[in-house]
Design a protein around this ligand. Structure first.
Ligand code: ADP
Length: 535
């Protein structure tokens, strides 16, 4: 049926480019490899940061594979597949975003070698699938399974390993920050037995300053100040009213209306009417018994004066997200209709106060009704660094979430991949025919992770490969041990003994997603592009 189809370009209109068969596959694989080459330099503790400048001149400084790939605007469908795989791993487990791209690139490169030798794509796919299953089995059977999914020591090690390979590792405070992330998680995990950790329960705020001042606040921090100097700066036993309403006479005309005014006196009357209405609204707030008002809208001077007179603290123009946080933490209900405030709309916090953070002031809502809401107040020298720290901490939180959900860990530093590679290589001996070649290539591709970590640390890749394999053979009885790359001391070492560990879930996700990409690219043999061709 395929043979009857017209081949080549004549089927399509002008500007449409079609590549098929081996050529399509080659281009796809090349594109995937190029993307992989681009992020290789990021992998591991000694990987380098990258700076990306977009067409608007916006600068992003990052060491995170997914962040970098999301920024670049690629057109090639195969490159997009790889980028999507990285994003998917990010969404599923929150870490391993560079590893998946490096591994997929290695699998694709090895597949290309086999295609050159005349091995069929389907044979390679079958071999890769079988090898993936072996690799997963090996990891599952050697993983360290913890009975306690909130074991603090393991969590600290997981957070440290995660942060070690992120930009934050260059700061002296990384171990304290790893502990702080674990503290945050411990504070918000309501029921470890449920295996659920809501990352959203940990709020992150950032302010320029010194990393040493990064702190965990038991409550919600809002990057705003108290509206008026005549208001109290600290309120104990706060009854909090959250409003999504503009307390400003000019801004609450929700409908389009035309007001016909012909005489100056009418203007006066109109303004008086508006001020009267505003006073009435503010009075309902005062009458509600609230002593702290936090609003998404504005609060004009007249309203501020009335609130200050009544001893009420107000904070205006907070972000929508902040209201959501406060609602969760204090038990308040966001009010949009000031005429129907009830007692049940008010939330509670032991203290709401304004404090200096560096040169700026921020509002702290502490001792909340739901103590399972905390804020990590991040401090670093510049906004770009703060953004990258934010991403690193989010990764660490995700890694801890993975552990809480499934408390099995494997060793990092490429040890898990080296262990899986040994198992895959051994299993190849039991398979006959060309599929065996594909299985062996899968093992080689897995080794690319420790070798890339080593190369980025400036180690000799050939020596490292020999040492890794020798160490694996020596400890055969123990599944080859967890030998990997100690990138900080540039040595091949037992990474488990060193305490460099990662959740099993991350490794499983990385390997599965990378194998899926390779399989997909092997199966595609036709690319039809309606956009102008660029290759
Ligand atoms: P990813 O985005 O894939 O997580 P990273 O650049 O963050 O990529 O690097 C993660 C890799 O770095 C993992 O394989 C992890 O085990 C490894 N790693 C973390 N700490 C160390 C260490 N001290 N020595 C060697 N490798 C490490």
């Amino acid at each position: 049926m395929m043979a009857a189809q017209p081949k080549g370009q004549e089927l399509f209109g002008e500007g449409v480019k079609r590549t098929s068969g081996g050529e399509a596959r080659r281009y796809n694989m090349l594109a995937a490899r190029l993307i992989s080459e681009m992020v290789k330099g990021l992998l591991g503790p000694r990987g380098m940061d990258k700076v990306f400048v977009d067409i608007m001149g916006e600068v992003t400084l990052t060491k995170d594979g997914a962040t970098l790939l999301r920024k670049i605007d690629v057109e090639h469908p195969a490159a997009k597949v790889l980028i999507e795989a990285s994003t998917a791993v990010d969404n599923a487990v929150g870490d391993g975003t560079t590893s998946v791209v490096v591994l997929a690139g290695a699998l694709v490169a090895r597949a290309e070698e086999l295609l050159e030798l005349g091995v069929l794509p389907a044979t390679i796919s079958d071999g890769y699938r079988r090898a993936l299953a072996t690799a997963m089995d090996a990891l599952l059977s050697h993983a360290i399974k913890h009975a306690n999914n909130s074991d603090r020591k393991t969590m600290e090690r997981l957070a440290t390993t995660c942060l070690e390979s992120k930009a934050i590792s260059s700061c002296m405070e990384k171990e304290r920050i790893a502990r702080l992330v674990v503290d945050a998680v411990m504070a918000v995990v309501s029921d470890p037995a449920s295996g659920r950790l809501e990352i959203d329960d940990v709020k992150m705020e950032q302010k320029p300053g010194s990393v040493q001042d990064t702190q965990l606040v038991a409550g919600i921090v809002i990057d705003k100040t108290v509206d008026s100097s005549s208001m109290p700066k600290s309120i104990d036993n706060a009854k909090i009213l959250l409003i999504d309403y503009d307390l400003d006479s000019k801004k609450n005309t929700r409908a389009d209306a035309e007001i016909g005014i012909t005489l100056p006196a009418q203007i006066r009357a109109y303004l008086d009417e508006q001020a009267f209405e505003l006073r009435r609204k503010v009075q309902t707030i005062i009458d509600s018994g609230a002593n702290v008002v936090i609003s998404r809208g504005g609060i004009n001077t007249l309203a501020q004066t009335m609130l200050a007179h009544a001893g009420i603290m107000s904070v205006r123009r907070v972000k929508e997200n902040d209201l959501w946080w406060l609602e969760k933490a204090t038990g308040a209900k966001i009010t949009r209709d000031l005429d129907s405030i009830s007692q049940s709309d008010l939330g509670y916090a032991g203290r709401v106060c304004e404090r200096f953070v560096g040169d700026d002031r921020m509002v702290f809502v502490e001792e909340c009704r739901n103590p399972r809401s905390v804020t990590i107040l991040l401090r670093a020298g510049s906004a770009k660094v703060l953004d990258e720290f934010h991403r690193s901490i989010l990764d660490a939180l995700n890694v801890l979430r993975d552990f809480v959900a499934s408390p099995s860990v494997v060793a990092g530093g490429g040890a898990a991949e080296a262990l899986a590679a040994r198992a895959v290589r051994e299993s190849a001996l039991t398979v006959e025919g060309r599929e065996q070649l594909a299985i062996l290539k899968f093992a080689d591709a897995l080794e690319e992770i420790p070798l890339t970590i080593a190369a980025n640390a400036g180690m000799d890749v050939i020596d490292v490969q020999a040492q890794l394999r020798a160490a694996g053979t020596k400890e055969k009885g123990k599944g080859g041990g967890w030998c990997g790359i100690n990138a900080l001391e540039r040595r091949v070492q037992d990474m488990l003994a060193l305490g460099v560990i990662e959740p099993l879930a991350v490794k499983e996700q990385v390997m599965t997603a990378a194998a899926e990409v390779a399989d997909l690219l092997l199966r595609v043999d036709d690319v039809v592009m309606a956009k102008p061709a660029y290759y």
